[in-house]
Write a protein that binds this ligand. Structure first.
Ligand code: FAD
Length: 431
């Protein structure tokens, strides 16, 4: 089969590899001039600091970013993140972003992926054709081209289009407003009064980094809404409930009624939108960040030759991409049969009903647990490959508990070691 892969980030690379080793002819289209996707740091930011208009910068990394997962949880199954695979044994267990890029480059080199790459080539449209295949339009320096493929894997990432909640009064707020997508360094925030909205990974990192240079930081988020005393000190940062409105005097009105002193800058660490501007309508809808209609968060419900690798979040992304890619490669090869359309629909409907019953917000329907091995195992069982090594689930489970215990950052705490990735001895807990 001729298979197109859109994007050469971690998901696109491992998908290309799995498809190639299943015997398919693979073409990868990547709009950038290099592989690595989000792990290619750039100091460049967008003209619109909130990232709602104008030319888009793909990467959302800040200069100081270290992984928020230990590298043992970021290895593809037969390419460990150490000297035996694409890393070095002495690398920190939570490496800086440049080392992740190196790991991905070594992965591409080891599995001879360069020959499949079409760099500086943007996919501008994907539409089903009358023969059951796919028509892709691409644009590169030489102009537009039309291609036909039997199957398509969308690996375009979903951490580049900032989600900014609409806050009352935002247009009259006198301070600077930006999204974490356009945050690179703390220096522009020195000696200023800052508010950070959002308590997920970027909120944790940016709040900590800015608190070291700012006059003071209000760290606001739903996580703090229900604290008995919602104002807790954390060094130079005060934890406050989520922001309800911005005032023309620079103050923030908080959920529950409080009002802060004026702030100079507000940084939204409020996540990202899924966006597929190249997909012909009405293939996919994205409604409040819920991508539909999909089977197992992975395959187009009605078009079983169109896959989306990497949609679930708060997971262990690299192992998840690999299992999804393996599943899709085997599906395209005819190595297993999908349940009938009606059964697939029922499967998704019942999963969604469960989420709704549990009170999960629609924009979190693709959220899983860091220990996402139940999902990975279901894919493995369905497509008939070995499940992931137990060590993955064991470490993910410990990490999940540790993150809850230590407010989202455990990078400097030793963790148990379940192998096989070699990590520095000082990063291993003995308890
Ligand atoms: P990307 O890396 O975004 O790659 C998508 C690629 O598709 C890009 O190269 C893009 O240029 C290309 N593309 C998009 N549209 C087109 C088009 N139309 N035509 C051609 N090419 C196109 N994960 C971890 O495992 N550990 C971490 O510590 C971690 N930290 C993170 C920190 C931050 C701040 C963020 C935002 C994410 C973090 N993640 C982390 C998640 C990370 O995004 C995933 O691990 C993963 O790298 C995403 O890979 P991807 O291939 O899905 O997307």
């Amino acid at each position: 089969m001729y298979v197109a892969v859109i994007g050469a980030g971690a998901a696109g690379l491992v998908t290309a590899r799995e498809l190639q080793r299943a015997g398919h002819e693979v073409s990868v289209f990547e709009q950038a001039d290099c592989i690595g996707g989000i792990w290619v740091y750039t100091p460049q930011v967008e003209a619109d600091p909130l990232g709602q208009s104008g030319a888009q910068v793909h990467s959302s990394l800040y200069a100081s970013l270290r992984t928020n997962l230990p590298r043992d949880l970021m290895a593809f199954s037969d390419f460990s993140f150490d000297s035996h695979g694409g890393g070095e044994d002495a690398w920190p267990r939570f490496p800086g972003h440049a080392l992740v890029r190196t790991y991905l480059e070594r992965f591409a080199e080891r599995f001879h992926l360069a020959a499949l790459m079409n760099l500086q080539t943007t996919v501008t449209s994907v539409a089903p054709d009358s023969s059951g295949g796919w028509q892709l339009r691409t644009r590169d320096a030489t102009g537009e081209k039309l291609h036909r493929f039997d199957a398509v894997a969308v690996c375009s990432g979903h951490f580049s289009a900032p989600r900014v909640p609409e806050l009352a009064g935002a247009s009259k707020f006198p301070g600077r407003q930006l999204h974490s997508h356009n945050y690179r360094l703390p220096s522009p925030f020195a000696k200023r009064r800052i508010a950070v909205l959002g308590t997920a990974a970027s909120g944790v990192d940016i709040c900590r980094e800015i608190a070291a240079v700012a006059t003071g930081v209000y760290w606001c988020g739903e996580l703090f809404d229900t604290l008995p005393d919602a104002s807790r000190d954390n060094g130079n940062a005060r934890c406050l409930p989520a922001i309800e409105a911005l005032q023309a005097d620079g103050c923030l009105r908080l959920r529950g009624g409080g009002v802060t002193d004026p702030v100079d800058d507000l940084i939204y660490c409020t996540g990202y939108h899924y966006r597929y501007p190249f997909l012909a309508q009405p293939l996919i809808t994205v409604d409040d960040n819920w991508v539909q209609p999909l089977y197992r968060d992975l395959l187009h419900m009605r078009h079983p030759t169109l896959a989306f690798i990497g949609i679930p979040f708060r997971v262990v992304p690299f192992p998840l991409f690999e299992m999804q890619a393996r599943w899709f490669a085997r599906l395209v090869s005819g190595d297993f049969s999908l349940p009938a359309l009606e059964a697939r629909r029922k499967h998704t409907a019942s999963a969604i009903a469960g989420l709704r019953a549990a009170g999960v917000k629609q924009r979190h329907f693709h959220q899983q647990m860091i220990n996402c091995t139940p999902y990975l195992d279901a894919l493995a069982d369905e497509c008939g490959v070995a499940r992931t090594a137990p060590s993955l689930g064991e470490l993910a489970e410990v990490l999940q508990a540790e993150l809850a215990r230590h407010r989202g950052d455990v990078r400097d705490r030793p963790l148990p070691h379940f192998g096989p990735t070699v990590v520095p001895p000082e990063s291993i807990s003995t308890a």
